[in-house]
Design a protein around this ligand. Sequence first.
Ligand SMILES: NC(=O)c1ccc[n+]([C@@H]2O[C@H](COP(=O)([O-])OP(=O)(O)OC[C@H]3O[C@@H](n4cnc5c(N)ncnc54)[C@H](OP(=O)(O)O)[C@@H]3O)[C@@H](O)[C@H]2O)c1
Length: 338
Amino acid sequence: MRKPNIAILGATGVVGREITKIVDELKIDFNEIKFLSSAKSAGTELEFQGKKYIVEEAKPESFDGVNIVLASAGGSTSQKFAPEIVKRGGVLIDNSSAFRMEKDVPLVIAYVNDEDLKKHKGIIANPNCSTSQLMLVLKPLHEKAGIKRLIVSTYQAVSGAGLAAINELTANTKASLAGESFENKCFKKPIAFNVIPQIDVFCDNGYTKEEMKVVNETKKILHLAVETPISCTAARVPVYNGHSEAVDIEFEKDITPDEVREILKNSFGIKVIDNPENYDYPTTRDASGVNPVFVGRIRKNLAFNNGITLWCVADNLRIGAALNTVRICQKVIEMNLY
Ligand SMILES: NC(=O)c1ccc[n+]([C@@H]2O[C@H](COP(=O)([O-])OP(=O)(O)OC[C@H]3O[C@@H](n4cnc5c(N)ncnc54)[C@H](OP(=O)(O)O)[C@@H]3O)[C@@H](O)[C@H]2O)c1
């Protein structure tokens, strides 16, 4: 099998660093690799697989001879470089929301809708973090019983908002404990000892953009009818890393909590921890730094017919961004789609 030349765009960011680690963990077999950032971090030295690399400033010519670009440098950067990458015959696997809902761009969770990769025209999009962890859970249940209605409430960590937000949680917590005043910049309200029911900006329908991403991306990835009722409330919580979600699903067909447990225990990328009598249920501390999506608190939903409620926790930087990006890269190589 031929080996691709790879570039990591946004290599110095929170997600980019995680992508770099996972390229090594998943043993991606490449020919050459390069690390790109803005002018700010260009020249930084980086060690990867025992070799030293200098981070380069991303320019159109940086993509000459590059087959696969793993990008996490923000939407405007992806928009700027996408035509340059595609023009040179490269495939862009993009973490931003710039292209996710475009018709010709597959939106993919590896092991959920790999077949969609075959339709790519140079750009493949990685879903939003809160959508991503949910797809591995919902896909096998949808195959068994058919999703009729979905309600998701998210409790999202600050790492989902980048390095500056992680630092703001620390600084805000220290200031609160010391009784000092603090000017929050990343969030509209203080994040320390607080829960903020806003992620991203508000849309005309009263939902936030983050919530609408869960609604629209879920339908695209699982190929659900556009009229499928889905609702989401997304909140930011003072947790460094790991998103949690309370999920209520109404199915077309009856399905029991025991059946759900059995299906999920045998599904790719899922770990079920569900023994409430022993206080066994997943928390963000179980999920941070590891790959599985953890599921617990599986029970019959009391409000829906054929309803199931569950709790789902995952590392938002891994399955929500970097891990899925690198898994897509692995699939693109295996399926010879570059
Ligand atoms: N954090 C998450 O959980 C998460 C999840 C899913 C998707 N994403 C998406 O991933 C992207 C990055 O997020 P992050 O949290 O890693 O942000 P971050 O920590 O702020 O990192 C941003 C990275 O992009 C680079 N960059 C910025 N402007 C650039 C430009 N004009 N040209 C080239 N490189 C540029 C930065 O380089 P410098 O070091 O030079 O500034 C840095 O490497 C965003 O689109 C975000 O929406 C994040």
